[in-house]
Write a protein that binds this ligand. Structure first.
Ligand code: FAD
Ligand code: DHB
Length: 390
């Protein structure tokens, strides 16, 4: 089989890239190791930045997001028994939408299939070849057969556990990493929202986050030991922890509901530079990871794809290579901004067992600052909605 752009991975990065290339008349094939059912039901991120919302809408896959997602103009910071609002729209003129990642995936898969796009699920043994040449290829197994996809470019959108990153020789790239000694326990529950807006809570017992999915389904998280097991957490224990961390002194309380999903994720920051070698380009989690506190992971994947789409269009339509040559440099500016913001939010909001009592006081001082100084609040809001200058 032959195509112009061979894409490994049908996450937000791979699917959106394939969709945007199609709109520009560029052909691609997406190879995904999981089933359609699996990718459409894996629970992950929920916050779409203004730029992500706009790109999905402009490219014709934003209808359901607009109808079913919830537009938010601010969020709350809870600390020391009080809640203070960050007025995202008042401070930046922009907003965010809470719409689950797997819903974005469903919309993109439907768009690719409706356009007759080649999207292969359940491939295995994917490997990348010839990226130093003008005729790279991807080898894989599909329905028990050994196959080869020849292409002009290979794009690694295969997430943090994929095979593409390792195809860039280690001595040509620098990896930067920080692993955090805590994780997030995530739940989905049936019940009404606890709050109209997201609540990010800092408490001496640990961080907690109240998010939402719809009027009847809520998403919440709390800081936990990444090695802990969901079996150790009964529903009662979870609600006791959420109340302890989020309820405010003036009586505002987390609303309990029937919990139907529990999971634990570890947290790390990671950046691989460069994000390209020869005819191979990496996008999304394949190249970088952020801790989820700043809600940036999915949005960074989308931002990479926007840069890469422009660069591939310039190559095919204008016969220019310069944008492709500068891809890593262009994408990394935004990536490092988001890495810093995510790290900063994480350090400010979590219980840091390695921190001294002095540093814990500094966390509170910083929260007081971002919730009382318009300038500090604006810096936070610009980063959160995704329009911070880099
Ligand atoms: P992915 O979504 O990881 O997609 C990669 C795809 O490639 C997958 O479908 C995978 O099956 C496929 N693949 C992997 N290897 C191969 C191979 N060898 N061959 C073919 N296909 C392959 N971000 C937030 O902002 N907030 C959150 O709450 C949040 N929660 C998260 C929870 C979890 C468990 C994880 C893992 C991530 C979470 N993230 C969160 C991050 C966010 O979901 C990611 O940043 C986003 O999914 C990145 O998209 P992507 O397309 O780059 O990669
Ligand atoms: C959600 C996830 C995040 O990482 C975040 O910062 C805010 C909300 C969510 O899943 O709704």
């Amino acid at each position: 089989m032959r195509t112009q752009v061979g894409i490994i991975g049908a996450g937000p990065a791979g699917l959106l890239l394939s969709h945007l290339l199609h709109l520009r008349g560029i052909e691609s094939v997406v190879l995904e190791s999981r089933t359609r059912d699996e990718i459409e039901s894996t629970i992950r991120a929920g916050v779409l930045e203004q730029g992500t919302m706009d790109l999905l809408s402009e490219s014709g896959v934003g209808e359901r997001m607009k109808a079913e997602g919830a537009l938010h103009h601010g969020f709350e910071l809870a600390f020391e028994g009080k809640r203070r609002r960050i007025d995202l729209t008042g401070l930046t003129g922009h907003s965010i939408t809470v719409y689950a990642q797997h819903e974005v995936i469903k919309d993109l898969v439907a768009a690719r299939i409706a356009a007759g796009g080649a999207l292969l699920f359940g491939v295995s043994d994917t490997s990348v070849h010839g990226i130093d040449t003008d005729t790279p290829s991807i080898r894989y197994h599909y329905n028990g057969e050994a196959c080869e996809l020849q292409c002009d470019f290979v794009i690694g959108c295969d997430g943090s556990q994929g095979v593409s990153r390792a195809a860039i020789p280690q001595d040509l790239r620098d990896d930067y990493e920080r692993v955090y000694p805590f994780g997030w326990f995530g739940i989905l529950c049936e019940g009404p929202p606890s709050s109209e807006e997201l609540i990010y809570a800092r408490h001496d017992r640990g961080f907690a986050l109240v998010s939402t999915r719809s009027q009847n389904v809520q998403r919440m998280y709390f800081q936990c030991d990444p090695k802990d097991s969901v079996e150790n957490w009964s529903d009662d224990r979870i609600w006791a922890e959420m109340h302890a961390r989020v309820d405010s002194a003036d009586g505002q309380q987390v609303v309990e509901g029937k919990i139907f999903k529990k999971n634990i994720v570890g947290m790390r920051s990671f950046v691989s530079t460069k994000m390209q070698h020869g005819r191979l380009f990496l996008a999304g989690d394949a190249a970088h990871i952020v801790p989820p506190t700043g809600a940036k992971g999915l949005n960074l994947a989308v931002a990479d794809v926007r840069v890469l789409t422009d660069a591939l269009r310039a190559f095919y339509v204008e016969n220019r290579r310069d944008l492709l040559d500068r891809y890593s440099e262009t994408a990394l500016k935004r990536i490092w901004r988001a890495e810093h913001f995510s790290y900063w939010m994480t350090r400010m909001m979590h219980r840091l067992d390695d921190a001294s009592p002095f540093e814990r006081k500094l966390q509170v001082a910083e929260l007081e600052h971002v919730t009382t100084s318009r300038t500090a609040a604006m810096a936070m809001a610009e980063n959160y909605v995704g329009v911070a200058p880099v």
